[in-house]
Design a protein around this ligand. Structure first.
Ligand SMILES: [Zn+2]
Length: 253
């Protein structure tokens, strides 16, 4: 008997199907972020480009708890910050950050940012992550540091500088603030955020305990190719999606 094929990112027959899929994945990602404690008041946003209008993106409504969001609660915002679908406000910082990231990275569908505990603790050190573990190698030579903090990101210009720091990488550490990740799918962006926060946690623990041994550059590069690709990031999210939909199926509505 041959082994079953690994699941693949779906291909859609219509834009409507693809849009619904993105909104459902976003709602699931918010519910997972809530379970993992990444919510912090009104902070944090995950966004997904609309499949028909790439200048517009779906994002969470302002001041609503991640853990109750349904696909139908998400808000569509255009390139000027105007809400074009949905009847909720959008966080000004969410628009300032995500609009500029989406504009700078046409290769990406989604971006995730939250004030998760370990990500923000690590961000205060103003350092990149070291390749201390296999999982951390997903970020080897593929994340950046936005080495500046000037208050809440409210202006497009600040969002532009942040997007510039991200460059072509999958993630950026925002000093004294938190983490931001991007992906070709919502699944991928959400997974990089989750595993990056855990990599921050792991490095904080390891450095608190002693002097951790880094993986050498050639091996870190090899492992990055094995665990850090777009498809690997997408695949890693699938079991979390299966879990949250089984427990909270109303998120799909
Ligand atoms: Zn923030």
């Amino acid at each position: 008997m041959s082994a079953p094929d690994l699941v693949q990112p779906p291909i859609f027959a219509s834009v409507d199907d693809e849009r619904l899929h993105r909104r459902q994945r976003l709602a699931a990602a918010f519910r997972i972020f809530a379970r993992f404690g990444y919510d912090e008041g009104v902070a944090g946003h995950i966004s997904a480009r609309d499949p028909a209008d790439p200048d517009c993106f779906w994002v969470n409504p302002y001041a609503r708890w991640f853990g109750h969001l349904r696909a139908s609660d998400l808000v569509l915002v255009d390139a000027t910050g105007r809400v074009v679908q949905g009847d909720a406000r959008v966080n000004t910082a969410a628009f300032a950050i995500h609009s500029q990231v989406h504009a700078a990275r046409p290769d990406c569908v989604a971006a995730a940012h939250a004030h998760s505990l370990f990500g923000k603790a690590w961000s205060s050190l103003g350092r990149l992550l070291d390749p201390l573990t296999q999982d951390a190698c997903a970020f080897y030579d593929d994340h950046a540091l936005f080495d500046d903090y000037t208050g809440v990101v409210l202006e497009a210009d600040e969002g532009k500088r942040l997007a510039h720091a991200l460059g072509d990488d999958k993630a950026v550490i925002l000093r004294n603030h938190g983490l931001l990740t991007v992906g070709q799918t919502v699944d991928e962006a959400a997974w990089w955020f989750i595993t990056m926060d855990r990599s921050c946690h792991a490095q904080l623990l390891a450095e608190a305990a002693g002097a951790p041994v880094s993986i050498d550059p050639a091996t870190a590069r090899l492992a990055a190719g094995q665990v850090g690709g777009h498809r690997a990031g997408w695949l890693a999210f699938q079991s979390l999606y299966e879990w949250i939909v089984a427990e909270e199926p109303e998120l799909l509505e």
